[in-house]
Design a protein around this ligand. Structure first.
Ligand SMILES: [Zn+2]
Ligand SMILES: [Zn+2]
Length: 298
């Protein structure tokens, strides 16, 4: 919660707080100041209304896993997407996801693919991860961005009791529910379990645990059944071994991805943590996740 004193400053001052205002994250006094300004300023009112509209539009589009054609078309012009680099479905939701992420960071004018995926490498950056491995790591990235970030599930705390009692299709169920306390215990007090569930993104089903940490860290543990894919077959080079388990990594935009595998599952840790911290989380929980998955396979 932010307490901000405006004292009759310019529109720019108010506009910086619009996103927090829309997300109900301002203190009552600050909220009142923004509200009073909106009542007397037609420009800011129009701006905030268009932000609400776009935000809702994109959110609906992402929830339906489909961006409305007009929105997608408008955004595609700005992105200059590389044709054929992603499947059409992936491009569609990424456009929507990029829009929401960009809205969270700044105005629509600042939209860039780079917030979600590093499509264009800055000059001089050496490509260290093969396209095949990137594609495989993206399988985990997709669900984190789609579910935790765009649908904002990271904001909704669900207790372990509620998760256990859940009998809907999104319930973790007896196969995976034990991962929740196990992962929480392994990571200790630095990370807080927000919720665990089953979800779908880009026509693929995921087991998904969301945790939050210091300084706005949002961490996903994402597990999905293999469809004939494998890091080992992709000639991936592991960056680290956690108790003999190879872990692969990549960075896409502001997000770090670490991946590992069992016979039948792909597993990922995706977050906005830095390189070392994300790998640290991954290697801390990978052995226990692997043995859990292994037990399901035998
Ligand atoms: Zn104004
Ligand atoms: Zn999810």
């Amino acid at each position: 919660m932010n307490l901000v004193k405006f004292n009759g400053r310019s529109c720019e001052t108010y506009r910086r707080y619009f996103d927090a205002y829309l997300d109900n994250e301002l203190l009552v006094e600050t909220n009142q100041d923004v509200l009073e300004h909106l009542e007397s300023c037609a420009d800011c009112t129009r701006l905030i209304e268009s932000r609400v509209r776009i935000k809702q539009l994109v959110k609906n589009a992402v929830a339906a896993e489909e961006a409305p054609a007009v929105l997608a078309e408008q955004l595609r012009h700005r992105f200059r997407a590389r044709p054929g680099f992603f499947s059409r479905d992936t491009v569609r939701w990424m456009i929507a996801a990029a829009a929401v992420l960009a809205l969270a960071i700044g105005g629509v004018e600042t939209l860039r693919w780079g917030y979600v995926i590093g499509v264009s490498q800055p000059a001089g950056v050496v490509e260290t991860v093969s396209a095949r491995v990137q594609e495989l790591l993206r399988v985990g990235l997709v669900d984190h961005v789609h579910c935790a970030i765009v649908l904002e599930r990271w904001k909704r705390f669900i207790s372990f009791e509620e998760m256990k009692a859940d009998s809907t299709r999104s319930a973790l169920g007896p196969e995976f529910i034990d991962l929740v306390p196990a992962v929480q215990a392994r990571l200790g007090p630095y990370f807080k379990m927000v919720q665990g569930h089953r979800c779908t993104a880009n026509h693929r089903q995921y087991i998904h645990l969301i945790l939050t940490g210091d300084k706005g860290a949002i961490v996903s543990l994402v597990i999905t059944e293999k469809r004939g894919e494998s890091f080992a077959q992709a000639d991936a080079v592991a960056v680290i071994n956690a108790s003999g388990l190879p872990i692969y990594r990549d960075r896409q935009g502001i997000l770090e991805i670490a991946g590992f595998e069992s016979d039948k599952y792909l597993a990922y840790v995706v977050s906005n943590l830095n390189h070392d911290s994300n790998l640290n989380v991954a290697s801390t929980i990978a052995p226990l996740v692997y043995s859990h998955l292994h037990r399901l396979e035998v």
